[in-house]
Write a protein that binds this ligand. Sequence first.
Ligand SMILES: [Zn+2]
Length: 113
Amino acid sequence: MRKAAFARCCKNGSQPGIPQCENCGNILRSGNIEYEHLDPDGLGGEPTLENCGVWCAVPCSSKKTREQDIPRMAKADAVLKASFGLKAEGRPMPGSRRSGFRKRMNGQVERRT
Ligand SMILES: [Zn+2]
């Protein structure tokens, strides 16, 4: 898949045969290539060739992640929580591993001689 995306970015740019960022068109250098999910992974973006952009890691990919994906995912997360009542965990459910752990800790304190 990445190979195919890479071949595409070499073919489609203004300079055939040279890998170019599919976002800004700059020539890609090794170490500065990012296979970007156009629809972010966290929002159900599929790992397909169509959803894979071959971008320069800096600045294109890092800029998109910072300015688009993170706020979008945070928003999606907030919507999920609001819609389904999923909130950050407060007290552990009775019988959960966390409450069990707490009990054992207390036992150790009581048993000291
Ligand atoms: Zn770029």
